[in-house]
Design a protein around this ligand. Sequence first.
Ligand code: ITT
Length: 194
Amino acid sequence: MNIVFATNNLHKIREIENYIDKRVCLKSLKDIGFIKEIPETSGTILGNAIQKARFLFDETGFDCFADDSGLEIEAINNRPGVDSAHFAGPQRSHSDNINKVLSEMLGCENRKALFKTVFALCLKGEIHVFEGIIEGTITNSIHGIDGFGYDPIFRPIGFKETFAEMPFELKTKISHRAIALEKLNFWLDVNILR
Ligand code: ITT
């Protein structure tokens, strides 16, 4: 079956493409020639994931799924959360976002955080959602150069490295996105592909 991944984030595509069930043929927005901006204005991660998938389905009629994700940091009222992509402003700069987190958390002892992702799958107009969460801590400074977004300052529980220091294969096995993807794969296997 063909499923379109409703994202403009190439890192997300890379993290998914080799791990989604092999019976699924994953298409990108580029593959289907879709260039409109996809709105994400609901105010929640769950709401945005559904909004993105629903928008693409309504516009194209293609079965699709969207991922909305964010970093929730306990000491700063679970921010940036749904505002993760543009925490430091509309330029959506990963390094500006990281610097804003680090400066807000200067001297802060509670460094607990979690990454959350919600996948919204839209099949024939029906929505199904799958959530993935990974807990960890925010480091005091930047560690590592791989990955994207907040990877250089997020260290998952049980690991010595940040996401940005890990081999790509390890992050894609343990991350919030990997957890949501496993649920999506299981659901597709039981309900559609078998
Ligand atoms: P799409 O909406 O096109 O999918 P996006 O980058 O705008 O791509 P989101 O709206 O889901 O994605 O924004 C989530 C932001 O949270 C993202 O830009 C990163 O800054 C951060 N983020 C999400 N997942 C992450 C991960 O695995 N590692 C590091 N940062 C992540």
